[in-house]
Design a protein around this ligand. Structure first.
Ligand code: ADP
Length: 619
């Protein structure tokens, strides 16, 4: 089991911002994890939920196997380092570092005359012990000469070292660092990265580091979690994220120069080879030995996007001819980059950046060879990679049956039941098949309970940095499934294997593969104890057992006449809406309430147009 688990986390702020969307990932005990993404993507929100500084709307966080949603921040054994250092300006460096230790209570055994423990009492840490710890940590972070200074007499780098020392000295289980280096200049940042990395190797505890800087993520992380708009885009080692981005977003976020993206048609050439027909009629052949990693056959004869890094070009064909395709581009511009030249080129209406040797002869038309085994292909509509690693595996045409409290479906002649519990589903079902998707991270070789068992032939094994991606061709499914296995796992291409897809991680979609069948949230209609007074006053309720109804709630529009004797009328803030075609599932709260409620409405709602609504419930 992993040390820290985020499971189906959603965060709705009262303002209606859905900051974190169905986020699931694990962190191992000694990992250096970096959460990276642009400003506003939800990094700090996730970190603050783990620290207990922000409530979790739905989902759960586990530390060491225990759910900690309701555990108070001080009992989570978490240290935090912030961008603005958060030092006490009137205290010396010594006192700033010692501050937390002086407040900390430790369990001290009380012994009887025979030396047996009779009980434990909470006591402060002895002054000598604090002194020793402070000096040790100060030494480690090269702060010994500054212990008697006040923060304003320190440079930015020194201040951040004090704040690191303060986090370290408390000997907590988890270290959270929120953009700690953003206030420092470039040179200091490089130095401090080394310091932080060295601290992590020494402490061997989970470090979770938030940054918007892709270079920082690449240099620090054992494992990167890429976020955009509250959604996890990819999780993997820096090398994996760089070499095998699973969508356009990740592909273009990392790397300098940025990966070039051009359009083309995914199709066959006259030699019946599958590849990409570019605008100028050049053809990039998908290497035959890598065909197994094509994950979406429905896009053949459709336009796709091709991603090429500047390092994917050669001036002559390599040894393995099947891995190179020739293209002809128009020269635009060149720039010297040390021992290489960066060419800016045009191919049709697309722009390409290519590294070439400095001695290449520059003409108006330049011929280059593309290393096609490193090219990426993306679905134009979704931006998902269709050739290489993919976030999810998709299973289509699944026969299913929904009744009141479960979905049952058939897969490879076996019947599975998915309990709906407190999640809500699309009610307008008139189709008879659905699409299942599962994040590839959670598909495994290990037989697990409550999993779908699938069998297929290993069509391709791809070696990654610390693990392997295995593609499996399933019977009755056109597109291969993909899972990650350990580097030393003994699997051969062409062999038959069984893999397990855990029910708790699958998502259901209509046949289009896009319309979700189940809500992202859990239904929540009980009134929390702390909200009871407020809700009962607003709704004029005297019955303590009252539960807000899921259905039968009316939205009051301008001009509607509602009989107050028949209905309870109240004003709510719309937190989020999931529209399910003529119906919608709305998440709302009454101003001042801690919890939220869910309502299934008989109309679609646009949260932007109506952030506040009047509702009516029949008495
Ligand atoms: P990041 O750390 O990636 O910059 P944040 O986690 O701070 O992003 O914010 C994620 C989203 O949530 C942003 O849209 C932000 O405006 C919003 N947000 C953050 N804190 C609050 C808050 N206290 N109330 C309302 N919205 C918030």
């Amino acid at each position: 089991m992993s040390y820290i688990s985020f499971y189906r986390i959603n965060k709705l702020y009262d303002s209606g911002v859905h900051a974190i969307k169905d986020v699931t990932f694990d962190i191992e005990q000694d990992q250096f994890t970096v959460l990276v993404g642009p400003s506003g993507c939800g990094k700090s929100t996730l970190l603050r939920m783990l620290a207990g500084l922000e409530e979790i709307t739905t989902g759960k966080i586990l530390i060491d196997g225990k759910i900690i949603n309701e555990v108070s921040p001080k009992d989570r054994n978490v240290s935090m380092v912030f961008q603005n250092y958060a030092l006490y300006p009137h205290l010396t460096v010594y006192d700033n570092i010692a501050f937390g230790l002086r407040l900390k209570k430790v369990k001290t055994p009380v012994l009887d005359n025979d030396g047996n423990i009779t009980k434990y009492i909470n006591s402060s840490i002895p002054r000598e012990e604090i002194d020793k710890k402070v000096k040790e940590v100060a030494e480690e972070l090269e702060l010994t000469d500054y212990l008697s200074r006040k923060p304003k007499q320190l440079s930015g780098g020194q201040k951040q070292r004090v704040s690191l020392a303060r986090a370290l000295v408390r000997d907590n289980d988890i270290f959270l660092l929120d953009e700690p280096l953003s206030n420092l200049d470039a040179k200091l940042r490089v130095e401090m990265r080394k310091t932080i990395k060295a601290l992590h190797s020494e402490v061997k505890k989970p470090f979770i580091y938030v940054t918007h800087d892709q270079v920082e993520a690449m240099t620090l992380a054992d494992r990167i979690v890429v976020l955009n708009k509250g959604v996890v885009q990819q999780i993997g080692s820096p090398k994996e994220i760089f070499d095998e981005p699973n969508n356009l977003y990740v592909a273009t976020f990392f790397g300098s120069p940025q990966m070039s993206i051009i359009e083309g048609l995914l199709t066959y050439n006259n030699k019946k080879e599958l590849g990409i027909r570019l605008e100028n009629d050049d053809f990039l052949v998908i290497p035959k030995d890598l065909l197994g990693q094509l994950t979406d056959y429905s896009l053949i004869d459709k336009k796709v996007k091709v991603g090429l890094r500047a390092s994917s070009f050669r001036v002559s064909e390599g040894k393995n001819k099947d891995h190179f395709s020739k293209i002809t581009c128009d020269f635009v511009h060149k720039e010297l980059f040390g021992n290489e030249t960066l060419l800016k080129l045009k191919l049709g209406s697309g722009d390409l950046l290519a590294f070439v040797p400095n001695n290449i002869e520059i003409k108006d038309k330049i011929e280059l060879f593309v290393h096609t085994s490193s090219m990426k292909i993306f679905d134009i509509e979704t931006g998902e990679s269709i050739f290489g690693l993919r976030r999810e595996s998709t299973f289509k045409d699944i026969k299913f049956n929904i009744d009141a409290d479960e979905i049952s479906f058939e897969f490879a002649s076996k019947e599975y039941k998915y309990p709906l519990e407190s999640r809500c589903f699309h009610e307008n079902l008139n189709q008879d098949s659905l699409t299942l998707k599962c994040l590839n991270e959670y598909i495994s070789l290990e037989k697990k309970e409550n999993s779908i068992e699938v069998e297929g032939e290993v069509s391709l094994i791809k070696n990654l940095f610390q693990r392997k991606a295995v593609y499996i061709k399933l019977k009755n499914q056109k597109e291969p499934l993909m899972l990650y296995v350990k580097k030393d796992e003994d699997i051969k291409e062409g062999s038959l294997i069984k893999v397990y897809v855990p029910l708790e991680y699958i998502n259901f979609y209509l046949d289009d593969g896009k319309t979700p069948l189940l809500s992202k949230y859990e239904i929540h209609n009980n009134i929390l104890e702390e909200d009871y007074d407020l809700v009962s006053k607003k709704l004029n309720i005297t019955n303590k057992e009252f539960i807000m109804p899921l259905k039968g709630i009316k939205v009051i529009h301008k001009g509607d006449k509602i009989d107050k004797n028949e209905y309870r009328i109240f004003k709510v803030i719309v937190l989020d809406v999931e529209n399910f075609g003529q119906k919608s599932l709305m998440y709302y709260k009454i101003k001042g309430m801690k919890g939220y409620f869910t309502a299934l409405l008989e109309e679609e709602i646009d949260q932007v147009v109506t952030p506040v609504l009047k509702l009516a419930i029949k008495k």
